[in-house]
Design a protein around this ligand. Structure first.
Ligand code: SAM
Length: 280
């Protein structure tokens, strides 16, 4: 294992981490799964050659993917998570008074690796009685799904291998079918700096099925370029109508470290140099 881990972003650009210890290095039927210890970000989950999450900044990603869509829905009770094997997103969702969370992760090795080496990320979310963990392909699960949900969250790897269909219009159409009339969906949609084509494609594919499509920004220090995007799609509720005060009332007492009412508004209003790609 080289002393330095390179997580490549766009052309000629990468984030580089000094690796103090390799805690796990295994290959599952789907991907290479590594847990490494670094000085700045602590323990990190690496799938293939991409940083997925770290103990130091996981909340920056998981809070933004969980809470903005959950407060956009009037009263979410049934939530579907596709991917999210590290359990950090699940833990955030369970902070809300939801009744049931179905999480569909394709690779058991990711769940086991995080539970063993970075247990503070999922906490006890997998033991929660409201949680149903299914180890299967999210695309085929949603296609055959008879259950209905209020909110769906897609926390997938970037589009390669099994995650490619999770960015397609067909998948978003299937999700639209299993979301209730107040349904809200949010997906990780890549870097606004070096994956602009992906952001545009995700927005286009979501607009085939949903009238409200909003891309919002997050800062995830351990991701190349730090800036990241999520894209919300909704059957009619628009996160832009929520005031900072209304958001703060909805998240009061959840003990969040990143997402706030003011951050809600700021994340949905990109700076001019990004407006074109995030609002096209
Ligand atoms: N935050 C990370 C990111 O933005 O790159 C994603 C974290 S999470 C660990 C990604 C998860 O998606 C992985 O555990 C991977 O196994 C899972 N995944 C990929 N394709 C999938 C599929 N078709 N169905 C279900 N889970 C899938």
């Amino acid at each position: 294992m080289p002393d330095w881990l390179w997580d490549h972003g766009g052309e000629g650009f990468a984030h580089v981490y000094r690796v103090e210890e390799v805690l796990l290095d295994t290959t599952s039927p789907y991907q290479r799964v590594r847990i490494v210890r670094t000085p700045m970000f602590g323990r990190m989950l690496i799938l293939d050659d991409a940083v997925q999450t770290s103990e130091a900044d996981e909340f920056c990603y998981h809070e933004m993917l969980a809470h903005l869509p959950l407060v956009t829905h009037p009263a979410p009770k049934r939530v579907l998570i596709i991917g999210g094997g590290d359990g950090g997103l699940l833990e955030e969702v369970l902070k809300h008074p939801v009744e049931r969370v179905v999480m569909v992760e394709i690779d058991r090795a990711v769940v086991d690796a995080t539970l063993q080496w970075i247990p503070q990320i999922p906490g006890r979310a997998f033991e929660d009685l409201r949680t149903e963990l299914r180890i299967e392909d999210g695309f085929t699960y949603v296609r055959a799904c008879a259950e209905r949900f209020d909110v769906a969250l897609v926390d997938s790897t970037d589009p390669q291998g099994p995650s490619v269909p999770l960015f397609g219009a067909a998948f978003y159409g299937d999700l639209h079918r299993i979301l209730g009339e107040d349904g809200v969906l949010a997906v990780q949609s890549g870097s606004p700096l070096y994956q602009q084509d992906l952001v545009t494609e995700v927005r286009r594919n979501l607009r085939h099925h949903f009238p409200v499509v909003r891309t919002y920004l997050a800062c995830v220090p351990s991701y190349p370029g730090v800036l990241w995007t999520f894209t919300l799609a909704s059957k009619h509720h628009d996160p832009n109508v929520l005031s900072p005060e209304q958001v703060d009332r909805k998240i009061a007492g959840l003990g969040l470290k990143c997402y706030t009412g003011l951050h809600h508004v700021a994340s949905l209003n990109p700076p001019p140099f990004l407006r074109e790609v995030l609002e096209a």
